[in-house]
Unconditional design. Structure first.
Length: 429
C-alpha cells in the first residue's frame, strides 16, 4: 500500500500555507459566521476553526473554495504579494494538486521528455534537486514553461519569474526567441506596384513615423506627458496656407530633400490611400501668423509599413519574447538599477510602470500581474529611530533578470542607457 509519509516517517510540511489572521479578518470584515463560511466552502465549522487557529492547512482546491466563498483571490488569504509568487503559489492559486499538475504536463512533449511526476514537481517547488539529466538543461526546462503556464492559467513570463524565485541559484530556463521574419511576397509585390514617386512618399512617411515614435519614447523617459498613439501617429503633411508665411512641415522638408515636393502632393497621397497604405485626415491648428488654419495629416497603415519595409530591405524585427520587458519598462528598470545600492528616491518613480514591475501592485481586473522587479524599501534614520524615507530598489529577481538578459536588452533597445549595469550583473551568483 502506498504511503504519504516520507522516508523519515513524518508528513512533509506544506510548502504553501494559509495565513490564519487573514482568513479570520476577511470573514469578520464580511460579517460572516464560521458556519456560513463552512457551508459555502464545503467543510465543517470545526475545520474553519482549525484553519483560523493555524492547526490545519487547506489543500489547493479547498483554498480556492475558501477564497471564492469570501469573494477574494487566493493570495489575499495566504499573504503572497503580487510580484513575489513562487511556483507553489501559482499551483495553489490554480487549485491544482501535485498529481494533477504532473498529469497535465505529461500531455506535453516536454513533460514526457522530463518524465514529470508528482514527486518531481514537489522537488521543483521546494528548491530541491530534481532527478534526471534533462532537468539540468535550460533548453529542455524552458520548453516546460508553456505547459505550466497553460495549466496555471497565467502568462509564460509569470511562470519563469516564479521559477527563478524558487530556484535562484540555478540557470534560468531558456525561452527561444522568435526568428527574424523576412518580408512577405505580398508586401514586396505591393511596393513594386508603386511608381517611384509613391515609393519615396511612403518611405519618408514611414521614417517620419519612426522619428516621432523615438520622440515619444524620449518624452516618456523624461516623465513628460505623452499623447495617445492614435493621435501622434497622425503626421502633419501640409498646412493650408502659403509656405512663405507658415513654412513647411517636417515631412514636407523630407520630401523636398528627395526632390519630389511639388503641387502633385495631393494626387500621390490619395493614390496611396486608395491602396490602403495611408489614411488621410484633416484638422485645424492655431498658427501665430495666420490664426486658425487647416492641416492635412497622414498615418501609415500596417500594410503600408510592411510594404515600405519590404521595399527598403528592412525585414520586420521579431516581437520580444514573452519574458522580456518593453523598451519603456526596461528603461524604468535600468534607472532603478543605476541607482543601486542607495536606491531611487521615492518620488522619482511613479505612474503606470509600477503596476508592471512593482512588488504588491495590481493592475485592473484581468490585466497582466506585476513582475515584482522593484520594491519600495525603507531607509532608516541614523540610530534606527524611525524611517527617514523610502527608496526604490531592485528585488532579488530584478537583479537576476538584469544579469540574465542584459546583453539581449542591449541588442533590442540600444537607446536605453545601461552604463554601469555590467558590474551589477556580475555580482549575481
Amino acid at each position: 500500500m502506498k504511503s504519504s509519509f516520507n522516508f523519515y516517517g513524518v508528513m512533509p510540511p506544506p510548502l504553501r500555507t494559509i495565513n490564519p489572521a487573514r482568513l479570520a479578518a476577511r470573514r469578520v470584515e464580511l460579517g460572516m459566521a464560521r458556519a456560513t463560511l463552512a457551508q459555502r466552502a464545503g467543510v465543517s465549522p470545526r475545520m474553519i476553526f482549525f484553519y483560523e487557529e493555524g492547526r490545519h492547512t487547506p489543500t489547493p482546491a479547498r483554498l480556492g473554495q475558501l477564497a471564492a466563498a469570501l469573494g477574494c483571490e487566493v493570495d489575499a488569504l495566504t499573504g503572497a504579494q503580487r510580484g513575489q509568487e513562487t511556483l507553489v503559489d501559482l499551483r495553489y492559486a490554480a487549485g491544482l494538486t501535485l498529481e494533477r499538475v504532473a498529469e497535465l504536463l505529461r500531455a506535453s512533449q516536454a513533460g514526457r521528455e522530463l518524465c514529470v511526476s508528482a514527486s518531481k514537481i514537489s522537488a521543483l517547488e521546494s528548491g530541491r534537486p530534481v532527478r534526471g539529466r534533462s532537468w539540468q538543461d535550460p533548453e529542455v526546462t524552458g520548453r516546460l514553461l508553456a505547459p505550466l503556464a497553460k495549466a496555471y492559467g497565467v502568462p509564460i513570463r509569470m511562470v519563469l519569474d516564479a521559477w527563478m524565485r524558487t530556484r535562484g541559484n540555478e540557470p534560468a530556463p531558456a525561452l527561444a526567441g522568435k526568428r527574424k521574419q523576412e518580408p512577405s511576397r505580398a508586401a514586396l509585390a505591393t511596393w513594386e506596384s508603386l511608381n517611384e514617386r509613391q515609393q519615396i512618399y511612403l518611405g519618408e512617411i514611414m521614417r517620419d513615423d519612426r522619428m516621432t515614435e523615438t520622440e515619444m519614447w524620449m518624452r516618456r523617459v523624461q516623465r513628460l506627458q505623452v499623447p495617445r498613439a492614435t493621435d501622434w501617429r497622425k503626421l502633419p503633411l501640409t498646412i493650408k496656407a502659403a509656405p512663405s508665411i507658415v513654412g513647411y512641415t517636417r515631412l514636407q522638408e523630407r520630401l523636398r530633400q528627395r526632390g519630389v515636393h511639388d503641387p502633385g502632393t495631393g494626387q500621390t497621397v490619395h493614390a496611396l490611400e486608395r491602396r490602403g497604405l495611408l489614411v488621410i485626415t484633416e484638422d485645424s491648428v492655431e498658427h501665430p501668423a495666420v490664426g486658425e488654419v487647416g492641416r492635412v495629416l497622414v498615418e501609415i497603415t500596417r500594410r503600408g509599413r510592411a510594404a515600405a519595409r519590404a521595399g527598403l530591405g528592412e525585414p520586420r524585427e521579431p516581437d520580444p519574447v514573452a519574458h522580456l520587458l518593453s523598451e519603456w519598462l526596461w528603461g524604468v528598470l535600468a534607472r532603478v538599477a543605476t541607482a543601486e545600492p542607495i536606491g531611487l528616491e521615492d518620488d522619482q518613480l511613479a505612474g503606470r510602470s509600477l503596476f508592471f514591475i512593482g512588488v504588491g501592485y495590481r493592475g485592473k481586473a484581468g490585466g497582466q500581474p506585476s513582475r515584482g522587479f522593484v520594491d519600495s524599501v525603507p531607509l532608516m534614520a541614523p540610530g534606527g529611530t524611525h524611517v527617514a524615507e523610502y527608496r526604490w530598489r531592485l528585488t532579488r529577481l530584478g537583479r537576476r533578470h538584469i544579469a540574465e538578459y542584459l546583453d539581449l536588452y542591449r541588442r533590442l533597445y540600444p537607446r536605453v542607457n545601461t552604463t554601469g549595469l555590467d558590474t551589477l550583473a556580475g555580482e549575481i551568483p
